[in-house]
Design a protein around this ligand. Structure first.
Ligand code: ISJ
Length: 383
C-alpha cells in the first residue's frame, strides 16, 4: 500500500497481492539458492578448465523445463525467458571465481593500449585467468625495454588509424618466441604489419563486441591465422574458456564483411542521428508516441552518440571499400525515393516481395527474434 496509494484497490485485491508478494519472496530465495549452486559450478569449472558457457547443457535443460512447463499449463516460453535471463546472470557470477590458466609457463603479457576500454577488458580477463599483465600506453614508451623483456604474449589494441604504425615502429624487437596478436576490427593490414615486424608467432583477433559486455559468454571472437598456430592454440582455448566462440576467417573476407557489418551500419546510424538533429526532432515528444520498435531503434541510434566519436571515425574511415558500400546504399535510397515520388505503389510491393524472397527463412526467424526484444523494450516502460 506504500507506493500504490493512487491506484484503486479493494480488500480482496490486497489479500491476493499479499499472497503474490509471498510467492515472489519465495522466488527470491530460490534465486539465491540457484546463484549459490552456480557459484559452485564456477569453482569446479575453474579448476577443471571447463568453458563457462555450455550450450548443450543449456539446450537440454531448456527442452526439459519447457516440456515440464507444458504439463503444468505454464507457457514454455515463460520458463525459457526466465531461465535465459538467469543463465546470463550465471555467466557473470561464474566469472568471479576466475578462470583456469591454460598456459602456465608463458612469461607475462603486454597489452599495448592497456588504458583503452578493450585493453582493460582483456587485461581483466587475463588477470582473472592467472596471467601477469603489463600495460603500455601512449606515454610509457620510454620504459618499453623493461616492459617487453620476457613477454610471452603482446596484444595490440590501439586505435585503428595508428595500429600499423605502432606495430611497424615499436614491435620489431620482441623475443622470438613471443606471440604477437592484435584486436583491431580490420584484419588484413594489421596482420601483414605484424608478420613483417615480428618473426615469431602472429595471430589477428577481432572481438565482435564492445567493452561493456560484462561477460564473454556467447560472444564471438574472429581469428585470422598469421604464423605458427600451434604456438598460440592455448590462447584460443583460453578465450573459449571465457565463454566466447572462436570463428576462423580469412583476413580479406573478414574485412569485406566489416564494410557492411560495421562501416555501413554505423554510418547509416550516424546519418539517422544527424538527420534527427538537423530536423530538431523533439525526442521527448517522439518517445511519447513511440511504438516499441521505434523506441528500440532510437535506443540503437542514441547509444552511438554516447560513445567515442574517434572510435567510430576509425571504423568508418578504415577501409576504402566501405565508401563503395555506402555509395551503393545511397543509390538504392535515391532509386527508392524516386519510386515513392512517382507514386509507384505497385513497384514498392514488387520490390518488397523480391527482398522478402531473398531473406527467405531468415525473415520469419528475425521476426521471431525481434518479437522477444520488442516485448522486453515494452517491459522496461515504467509510468
Ligand atoms: C551453471 C552452468 O554454467 C552455465 C550456466 C547455466 C545455468 O545457469 O543453468 C547452464 C549452462 C552453462 O552455460 C553449468 O554449466 O551448469
Amino acid at each position: 500500500m506504500d507506493n500504490n496509494m493512487n491506484e484503486k484497490t479493494t480488500a480482496d485485491l490486497e489479500n491476493l497481492r499479499d499472497l503474490i508478494d509471498g510467492v515472489d519472496q519465495q522466488l527470491l530465495h530460490l534465486l539465491r539458492k540457484r546463484l549459490d549452486l552456480v557459484a559452485q559450478v564456477g569453482a569446479v569449472k575453474h579448476s577443471a578448465g571447463v568453458p563457462i558457457y555450455a550450450p548443450q547443457r543449456e539446450a537440454s535443460m531448456l527442452a526439459k523445463r519447457r516440456a515440464e512447463a507444458q504439463n503444468m499449463n505454464v507457457s514454455p516460453q515463460l520458463i525459457e525467458d526466465i531461465l535465459r535471463r538467469l543463465m546470463r546472470e550465471s555467466y557473470l557470477n561464474e566469472k568471479d571465481v576466475g578462470f583456469k590458466q591454460v598456459k602456465q609457463d608463458l612469461g607475462h603479457v603486454v597489452v599495448v593500449g592497456g588504458q583503452g576500454k578493450l585493453g582493460q577488458l582483456f587485461t581483466q580477463m587475463l588477470t582473472l585467468s592467472g596471467y601477469k599483465v603489463k600495460s603500455i600506453d601512449k606515454n610509457d614508451w620510454q620504459d618499453a625495454n623493461a616492459i617487453f623483456d620476457g613477454a610471452g604474449l603482446v596484444i595490440v589494441t590501439v586505435p585503428i588509424n595508428v595500429t600499423c604504425d605502432v606495430i611497424r615502429e615499436k614491435l620489431t624487437q620482441l623475443p622470438s618466441n613471443c606471440i604477437l596478436a592484435d584486436l583491431t576490427s580490420i584484419k588484413e593490414k594489421p596482420l601483414a604489419a605484424m608478420l613483417a615486424a615480428h618473426k615469431g608467432p602472429v595471430v589477428g583477433l577481432h572481438p565482435m563486441f564492445g567493452p561493456d559486455v560484462g561477460s564473454l559468454a556467447k560472444q564471438v571472437v574472429v581469428v585470422c591465422h598469421g604464423r605458427q598456430p600451434e604456438a598460440y592454440q592455448w590462447l584460443l582455448q583460453q578465450i573459449e574458456i571465457w565463454g566466447a566462440r572462436i570463428v576462423e576467417a580469412e583476413a580479406e573476407r573478414h574485412d569485406n564483411a566489416m564494410q557492411l557489418v560495421q562501416a555501413m551500419r554505423h554510418f547509416s546510424t550516424f546519418v539517422y542521428g544527424l538527420n534527427l538533429c538537423k530536423e530538431e526532432a523533439d525526442i521527448d515528444n517522439l518517445l511519447q508516441f513511440s511504438s516499441p520498435i521505434y523506441r528500440l531503434e532510437l535506443a540503437m541510434v542514441g547509444r552511438l552518440f554516447a560513445q567515442d566519436p574517434e572510435l567510430y571515425a576509425d571504423i568508418i574511415f578504415a577501409q576504402q571499400g566501405s565508401q563503395h558500400a555506402i555509395s551503393d546504399y545511397l543509390d538504392n535510397y535515391r532509386d527508392a525515393l524516386a519510386m515513392l515520388k512517382s507514386g509507384n505503389r505497385q513497384e514498392f510491393v514488387t520490390q518488397f516481395q523480391r527482398v522478402a524472397k531473398w531473406f527467405g527463412d531468415f525473415a520469419p526467424q528475425f521476426q521471431h527474434e525481434s518479437r522477444a526484444m520488442l516485448q522486453s523494450v515494452n517491459d522496461m516502460k515504467t509510468g
